[in-house]
Design a protein around this ligand. Structure first.
Ligand SMILES: Cc1cc2nc3c(=O)[nH]c(=O)nc-3n(C[C@H](O)[C@H](O)[C@H](O)COP(=O)(O)OP(=O)(O)OC[C@H]3O[C@@H](n4cnc5c(N)ncnc54)[C@H](O)[C@@H]3O)c2cc1C
Ligand code: FES
Length: 263
């Protein structure tokens, strides 16, 4: 059930110069949250900026009622949010999104993320591993300075591959190349992805070529987050000039069957 809460900020960790990891007390949200869900956060006490900001759920602790999210400062909204102090309350609506990551019917799951798109994949890896799935995780970053959450993902993956585009850390090249090798060796039964659009496009194409089920999380720009403003539309795979058809990321997603969206 979607609820609006005043969540107390319990911990705040600066992961990089402009990236923050927040832990908040939100038992009403974590009770029903699933991997791939997001929250809408009110980022200002006045009307500027007025619209809430969508942020993915990174980790949930159902026993303690704690919800974690990680965000990069992009503009005024996320800058305001980063100034919150431990003990202050944050106005949050969630869990949002009807499309979430589903892995039950697959055994060898491949989780692939790029840059700040890796945040929503953690809860998926954690839950899948707890359910005895074999989790292979592929995380791509621009260079050594951009690598995030390596230790954390190691704990929730059977096999973790980190790549940097320039080879300054771990494996050189794009994460998708290492995923493709494992697909070719028959090690992958389904794919889950979140990251920059060019990466998602390439993963979608690969999954269709190799006939592997694939779910992608689209972090499109959003307005209301509730299906009212229609500010988050993406074309369906069946859309044409004569008959345009759209999904709305906030309602139908953010996670979609890759075959069903045109990106
Ligand atoms: C479902 C969903 C989940 C998300 N999860 C996360 C997350 O876990 N962590 C995180 O750091 N960010 C996440 N985002 C992106 C985040 O919502 C935006 O970065 C944030 O809303 C920017 O707000 P702002 O007021 O700081 O910047 P604005 O002033 O609104 O924008 C500043 C700059 O950021 C760009 N921008 C704004 N929104 C997006 C977006 N969605 N994608 C790419 N560029 C954008 C703008 O084009 C502009 O250049 C998510 C977005 C969606 C839709
Ligand atoms: S953000 Fe308003 S309809 Fe999706």
């Amino acid at each position: 059930m979607v609820v609006k809460v005043q969540a107390k900020l319990l911990d705040k960790i600066k992961l990089k110069e402009n990236i923050y990891h927040f832990k908040v007390e939100a038992p009403e949200i974590v009770k029903t949250a699933k991997p791939g869900n997001f929250i809408e956060i009110r980022v200002s006490n006045n009307t500027d900026p007025f619209i809430r900001r969508p942020i993915s759920i990174h980790n949930i602790d159902k026993n303690k009622g704690i919800l974690e999210f990680i965000f990069q400062i992009k503009g005024e909204g996320t800058k305001n949010l980063s100034k919150k102090n431990i003990g202050e309350e944050i106005d949050i609506i969630g869990p949002l999104g009807n499309g979430t990551f589903k892995y039950n019917e697959y055994q060898n799951i491949a989780v692939i993320g790029g840059g700040i798109g890796v945040f929503p994949l953690y809860e998926l890896c954690k839950e899948a591993k707890e359910d005895n799935k074999h989790v292979s995780t592929y995380l791509g970053f621009r260079s050594k300075d951009f690598v995030l959450l390596e230790k954390e993902f190691k704990k929730v993956s059977d096999n973790l591959i980190i790549t940097t585009d320039d080879g300054s850390y771990a494996n050189t090249g794009f994460a998708i190349n290492y995923l493709e090798e494992d697909i070719n060796q028959g090690k992958v039964s389904s794919i889950y992805a979140c990251g920059p659009l060019p990466m998602l496009k390439a993963i979608r194409k690969l999954s269709i070529e190799k006939n592997i089920p694939c779910q992608i999380s689209l972090e499109e720009r959003m307005g209301c987050g509730l299906g009212v403003c229609l500010g988050c539309a993406v074309k369906t795979a069946e859309s044409s000039k004569e008959n345009p058809q759209y999904w709305h990321v906030c309602k139908g997603g953010p996670v979609f069957n890759a075959k069903l969206v045109e990106i």
